[in-house]
Design a binder for this molecule. Sequence first.
Ligand SMILES: [Zn+2]
Ligand SMILES: [Zn+2]
Length: 160
Amino acid sequence: MIGVYQQKGIQFFDVIKEALRKHLNLDSLHAGFFALTSNSYNPIKQQYDASTVIRDLTDQSSSKFNLRLGVVEVDIYAHGMNFIFGMAEPLKRVALVSTYRLAGDKITERLSKEVVHEIGHLLGLEHCSNPSCVMHFSNTLNDTDYKNVGLCNNCRIYIE
Ligand SMILES: [Zn+2]
Ligand SMILES: [Zn+2]
């Protein structure tokens, strides 16, 4: 069971639940909301540091879930990258996705892909060289739009 924690105001739980059920055969629960802390904000970049957001989420959420997912609508970055769509920390069993750069007509599809990708990492999947596989690394939104919501056959074997 995946505990899903959204930043207040975000209403994508149904999209997330459906994507994880359909593509990873996992159940999700709307576990509550979580708040960003000022610790995670970088005023110079005007973005939030994804590792710190994950740490805050870990502190604010319930460890009864074997996997936890946070969803935020602010822009996030990681060390050495201008921005990221999401991040996973398999050792904490916690992942994070941001809707900030996914906005537009395709937001439902894009968010589904990013959620499946990050939860895929929590299940132990690495990046896949197949550009149409959901585990392919997305450097740009074009990469995200190109790939499928599901796993390629090679990645699928790994989790079955
Ligand atoms: Zn990745
Ligand atoms: Zn793959």
